[in-house]
Design a protein around this ligand. Structure first.
Ligand SMILES: O=C(O)C(=O)Cc1c[nH]c2ccccc12
Length: 714
């Protein structure tokens, strides 16, 4: 992480036995890895597990002392393949990524890893980005666990339970020779709490020791005939071993009164919200004391049949609280009960919504319905005798402005899309393929650019079929970020386009970081990184792949140049893909680095210049064309108070960072002469101060003269 320091978090990783660790769930996982003798850690950043990667990247000193190898993996497949170090060696390894997108990418390595099985504990920490705060398609990691037979832990969202799950996960993995996924939901990652730390433990075998004494075992390699035997071993040896471990270790927890006629089986991750819902219904204390019998599945795959049947024994009705669809757990439990001839009524989806996040209100409603149907006597009087409808909550969504995701103030990607818009204004609409990253905000107004997004690094790949048989006809335009480019785009998108003689225009949006995931360094980052090799130019990689037509633009804010280069690419006679590398630093990271430096320089009495832009109200016509081509959050509207002017004028607020985009856009579009640029000078020279005072005097005089002749409306 180039521009942010995690020194405070790193200090917490050093805590010893008995100290109280306070912090976020995902940081607790990071500490627990070190306490459990992990030998190596890898992963690919993404919300909500970026923090794990970022903190470890800054913790090289501790990792070095313990002999733990850490890598920022090229992508999730690389991360998962790294777990190969636990196949033959008794070394504990952990990797992390965002799920399900990362798991999709990882699934090749995941299936191979699961087939051969592991000797050392292999833990995959998946950040389950599901629910109202998610940025991705709504799917379940659970499906991957089932298809590859990888065990899935879903601990209750509190720090001691999360920390325990890390240790349990390693041991479960070793006891059953199977990789284990630790599912960390958004709210588990960000839950705040505390636990009592243990000492960090060096790995029982380091990766260096493994290299000095290499081992291989033919029966663990995924190649016939071993592959056929792996499946049998999964079913006859590894699965029963996992079930035994889950029971003996007491991974799943039982709460409430076991004699209760009704019961709830829930995913561990649902526990906090469920308790809150019971609490609101008057059926649980805020600390979780309740009479309702609950089986909390901290291991959601595999389910232990005996445990489930035992729980349901003698009950009238059982509710399954399982977030996400398909309802794998409910189906499995239904199947177990049917085979056993049980008569208990099974409730789940139907009473609960089929999909979407199970938030507090959803669970209050569903629990209310379940209890009303199967145990009305348990419901508090208020709920049983509802004789007044609840006060309706007014819908204010129509009145509030929506806040779609958009580019930051000063973002260097904005001018790229302003230029694209100008190109389309001239040459007509084109088919445009988008990728994943900040640049995907181009699909929102005011740009409205991009028709599909198929996955990370796959923007140009998703334009592959759109090949015009007329070489003079319209070509596709596609985008990929520098993050996606290095994740897999170099082969999947660029190599593919070269090999298949695609003639489309590919824009690589290079902002020097993997910005959307938190500003991590990548191969082409411009900064020095003490533990990574950076400064590998994208243009060299692209040329190495066989692209002949490449243009490097080093200041994306030059909208005229961007526009003209795109037009040239669309008209070029050159064969093969036309690649434009549009490079300017991510403004968020740039500000993180420069702001403190500038502030210190100004405090130290040094001369500091900050550019600012503004709009001349008297010239602005109020047509807001600048906003339609920019969308900068610092561009706003302002009422002049002049009754002869209908439209409010454009105005630039204090969040402006002086990137110059608005002026450039105005210039390229021949829009508007109303933008002005000023320089804010801290600690000016004596000459500058004198000049400013002189200019101010003249301006004041001119303004006074103009005011005198103005008609004033009272
Ligand atoms: O951090 C996010 O929100 C992302 O979507 C980035 C990301 C990380 N790994 C991926 C794999 C496939 C698609 C997106 C991502």
């Amino acid at each position: 992480m180039a521009e942010r320091s995690f020194a405070k978090e790193v200090k917490k990783l050093k805590m010893g036995a008995g100290e109280t660790f306070r912090g976020e769930g995902i940081l607790a996982v990071t500490k627990a890895l070190l306490e459990n003798g992990v030998g190596y850690v890898g992963g690919y950043q993404g919300s909500p597990i970026s923090h794990l990667m970022d903190v470890l990247a800054d913790a090289q000193e501790i990792l070095g002392e313990l002999g733990v190898h850490f890598e920022a993996s090229a992508n999730e497949a690389t991360a998962t393949a790294m777990l190969a170090a636990s196949v033959h060696y008794p070394i504990r390894g952990a990797v992390t990524f965002k799920s399900t997108v990362g798991t999709n990418v990882a699934s090749d390595a995941l299936a191979n890893l699961a087939s051969g099985g592991v000797t050392g504990g292999a833990l995959i920490i998946v950040g389950e980005d599901y629910g109202e705060g998610s940025s991705i398609m709504q799917e379940r990691t659970h499906a991957f666990a089932m298809k590859s037979q990888v065990w899935l832990l879903d601990p209750r969202p509190n720090l001691p339970s999360i920390v325990k799950a890390v240790g349990d996960g390693f041991e479960l993995s070793e006891a059953s020779n199977t990789p284990v996924m630790l599912q960390m939901r958004i709210r588990s990652c960000h839950v705040y709490g505390q636990f009592t730390a243990s000492n960090n433990r060096p790995p029982s075998m380091t990766v260096s020791e493994a290299l000095e004494n290499p081992r291989r075992d033919l029966t663990r390699i995924v190649l016939p005939p071993a592959t056929y035997l792996h499946e049998e071993e999964k079913l006859t040896r590894r699965w029963p071993a996992a079930e035994r471990f889950i029971l003996e270790r007491g991974i799943n927890e039982r709460f409430g009164d076991p004699a209760s006629r009704i019961g709830i089986i829930l995913q561990g991750g649902m526990y906090n919200t469920l308790i809150r819902a019971l609490n609101r219904l008057g059926l649980a204390s805020i600390y979780g004391d309740t009479q309702i019998d609950m089986l909390c599945l901290n291991a959601v795959y595999p389910l232990v049949e005996g445990q489930i049947l035992d729980f349901c024994e003698g009950k009238d009705a059982v509710l399954i609280v399982e977030e996400g669809q398909p309802n794998f757990i409910e189906q499995a439990i239904g199947h177990m009960l049917y085979k056993a001839g049980a008569r208990v009524i099974l409730q789940g989806k139907g009473m609960l919504p089929m999909g979407g996040e199970y938030n507090g209100q959803v669970l209050v409603d569903a629990l209310g319905l379940f209890l009303e149907t199967h145990a009305p006597e348990l419901l508090p009087v208020a709920k049983q005798a509802v004789n007044e409808p609840a006060t309706p909550i007014p819908d204010i969504s129509a009145k509030l402005p929506s806040r779609p995701p958009g580019f930051c103030t000063g973002c260097p990607e904005r001018p790229i899309f302003a230029a694209t818009k100008l190109v389309q204004e001239e040459l007509g609409p084109h088919h445009i393929s988008s990728d994943i990253g900040c640049h995907l905000f181009s699909i929102m107004p005011p740009f409205d650019i991009g028709a599909t997004t198929m996955g990370y690094g796959l923007g140009p790949a998703s334009a592959a079929a759109l090949r015009n048989k007329d070489p003079k006809g319209k070509r596709s335009i596609s985008f990929v970020g520098d993050g996606g480019f290095w994740h897999n785009g170099l082969t999947s998108s660029i190599g593919n386009a070269v090999f298949n003689k695609n003639d489309g225009v590919i824009v690589i949006v290079d902002n020097f970081y993997s910005s959307a995931t938190g500003g991590q360094d990548i191969l082409s980052s411009r900064a020095d990184n003490p533990t990574k090799t950076t400064q590998n130019p994208i243009i060299d990689a692209v040329k190495g792949m066989g692209v002949n037509w490449v243009r490097q633009i080093d200041r994306t804010y030059d909208v005229t140049l961007m526009r003209d280069t795109m037009k040239e690419a669309l008209a070029s006679d050159a064969e093969g893909p036309k690649v434009i590398i549009a490079s300017s630093e991510c403004m968020l990271n740039k500000q993180r680095r420069e702001k403190p430096l500038l502030a210190r320089a100004a405090r130290d009495g040094k001369r500091v210049v900050k550019p600012r832009f503004g709009v001349d109200e008297d010239i602005c016509t109020g047509d807001h064309a600048c906003m339609r081509l920019s969308g900068c959050p610092s561009l706003s509207v302002k009422d002049t108070g002049d009754p002869l002017r209908d439209d409010p004028v454009a105005s630039i607020d204090q969040s402006c960072v002086g990137c110059g985009n608005c002026g450039e856009v105005a210039d390229a579009a021949v829009l508007c002469p109303s933008f002005w640029q000023a320089e804010l000078v801290s600690n000016p020279t004596r000459g500058e101060s004198r000049l400013a005072r002189f200019a101010q005097r003249i301006i004041t005089r001119l303004q006074a003269r103009r005011e005198a002749s103005r008609i004033v409306f009272q």
